[in-house]
Design a protein around this ligand. Structure first.
Ligand SMILES: NC(=O)c1ccc[n+]([C@@H]2O[C@H](COP(=O)([O-])OP(=O)(O)OC[C@H]3O[C@@H](n4cnc5c(N)ncnc54)[C@H](OP(=O)(O)O)[C@@H]3O)[C@@H](O)[C@H]2O)c1
Length: 305
């Protein structure tokens, strides 16, 4: 069994290398001296990855052979791809679980690092989730296809699994995720809404801090570690709506619980959740100190203009 020795230059296979977090991660991996191969499913993504100075492996989450080939050739795998079909999450979750199964099976017995994206949803309703809280998502029908727990099960099979639990908003310029969707809805409806009394919270982290965490995790995190890429433990959704209202000169209003789904559509369920989490253990373990702008600062600075 090849033993993982931590802080050295590695050949790293990155899925989602053309994505919001993945592209920033590739930049930082390359800057740290690693050799990176990025999975690309289109000419545009291949060109973007190659332009950074990384190698390209053409493939798709729906093509397990491509995922296997990438993992076989690498000394470490960072899995950040996701279909993000929020109108049919079962499709995204099935692909996510299948990719994790393929990567785990490929790395089994190798001792090689396998870092994968995860989230903080459902860890500890009503309080701040911590790294010590196991994910309640088990099995294919659970959120994200239960991929974190599946990946962590591979530790017993000789895989150096590390879970990267990203805050529900990884924010910054070029974000096309949740905050961008909330901005689009606010502009379309002419009101920056928040669910209920707006006291439910979302953890947040700036994109570059998140990418820095991934790079540190590759070097420093032990097998079975759960990390929290969280800079702000809990921004009330009312403050998020107020920031959007100020930035786009829109009124701010509460959306009653029974109207949340209709007003916000697919993102309503997420925006009404309390997704608060701390990162004390992660910061201590990695020596990671987030330095990027806060979510409200980012919105005010025009990151979503
Ligand atoms: N951003 C956040 O706020 C946040 C919060 C919590 C967790 N996460 C998780 O962190 C990970 C990275 O998120 P992100 O924001 O960087 O996502 P993103 O910007 O949407 O990027 C998704 C990546 O997956 C790739 N991809 C999509 N479908 C694919 C397929 N069928 N085959 C191969 N690749 C495919 C995309 O390729 P193309 O470029 O070719 O489309 C892209 O590189 C995801 O697992 C996400 O769920 C993100």
């Amino acid at each position: 069994m090849q033993v993982w020795e931590g802080d050295h230059i590695m050949r790293v296979f990155v899925t989602g290398a053309s994505g919001f977090i993945g592209a920033a991660t590739v930049d930082q991996l390359l800057a740290a001296g690693h050799e990176v191969t990025g999975l690309a499913r289109s000419d545009a993504s291949a060109a973007a990855i190659a332009a950074k100075g990384a190698r390209v492996l053409r493939g798709d989450l729906d093509d397990p052979g491509s995922i296997r080939a990438g993992a076989e050739q690498a000394e470490a795998v960072i899995h950040l791809a996701n279909k993000h079909d929020f109108t049919n999450v079962a499709i995204s979750n099935a692909a996510e679980r299948a990719a994790v199964q393929t990567i785990g099976d490929t790395l089994a017995g190798s001792g090689r690092p396998f870092l994968l994206a995860a989230g903080v949803a459902g860890l500890a309703p009503g309080r701040f989730g911590t790294e010590a809280d196991p994910s309640p998502a088990h099995g294919p029908d659970s959120p994200r296809g239960g991929s974190e727990n599946l990946a962590l099960e591979f530790v017993e099979r000789g895989v150096h699994t590390v879970s990267l639990r990203f805050a529900p908003t990884v924010h910054g310029t070029r974000d096309h995720g949740f905050i961008a969707a909330l901005v689009a809805i606010a502009r379309q409806k002419g009101v920056a809404g928040y669910p209920g009394d707006g006291t439910n919270r979302w953890a947040a982290v700036h994109r570059l801090d998140a990418a820095h965490l991934v790079t540190l995790a590759l070097a420093k995190a032990g097998a079975g570690t759960r990390l929290h890429a969280v800079a702000e433990p809990g921004v009330p959704t009312r403050e998020i709506a107020q920031a959007i209202g100020r930035a786009f000169d829109l009124p701010v209003a509460s959306i009653a619980a029974q109207d949340v789904q209709e007003h916000f559509g697919w993102i309503g369920g997420f925006f009404a959740m309390d997704l608060a989490a701390t990162s004390t253990a992660t910061q201590e373990l990695l020596g990671w100190t987030p330095t990027g702008p806060t979510l409200v600062e980012d919105i005010a600075a025009g990151a979503y203009a």
